[in-house]
Design a protein around this ligand. Sequence first.
Ligand SMILES: [Zn+2]
Length: 294
Amino acid sequence: MQDKDFLWRGTALNGQFRLLAVEATQAVQTARDLHDLSPVSTLLLGKMLCATAMLSLDLKKQDSEITLRLEGNGELKGALAICNFEGDLRGYAFVPQLFLATPADNFYPVKALGDGTLSVIRSIPNQRPTSGYTKLTEGEVAQNLAHYFEQSEQIPSAVNLGVLIDQNAHVLAAGGFIIQQLPNASQSEAEHLIEKLSQTPNVSDLMDMGLNIRDIMRRFIFTDGDFELEQVHTVQYQCTCSRERFSRALLLLGIDELEDMREGIEPVCHFCNQTYHFSPEDMSDLITSLKEPQ
Ligand SMILES: [Zn+2]
């Protein structure tokens, strides 16, 4: 297994299709370990991390971020994954340690979400965030993401996402690819491609056999056509929290809320479980800074 995860971008069949791909085995393993995720939560958050990493390829500015959120009324409740322009991923599952009673159900996280929504939120510095959402449909994360592209962004897309874990919840492989049809694509080429995709095994199974993204494209999808794929940059599980960020968030609560926390608080970061200590003195400093703006 390679020790770095990469994001890839490319085109195929004479520029008729756009390719996005990711290998994210290490990042998903880190998420699993940090949050002690059960298998079904690993599959949900892991696939969402792969998807979010690929969605981040459309970000154009430093400090911008893309968030993918799936939530529903089922037992698994949902998860959230964020990737920034630099390829730093983070996320958390709303119910990290869920085990479903019927063993096979643990392989179908979206089914365990019940009725709900998939949302995509883009945050760009100094701009209002933009968002789009679709209702969850039959199928897993990949089918729901394809449905989102079709409904919300009018881009016909094929999505393959895979997270393969062993019995000890060790992540053997995680990755994915997205093929998007561009306006100039011929319909017969698109249909031919859909046929190929339907015969392509899951991307994580192929990665576990030692194939990388380029091998998978060449051997299974573009067997008789051209494609180009280039590594864009690495992706890694990297939280962006800091004491300063928590302080800024606390200040936004206002004086009354902070007065209620005068004894001190210890907020925990959802994304990396780091605890930050704010002593009674720290709280009184924050309150003072609000009372005496510089
Ligand atoms: Zn954190």
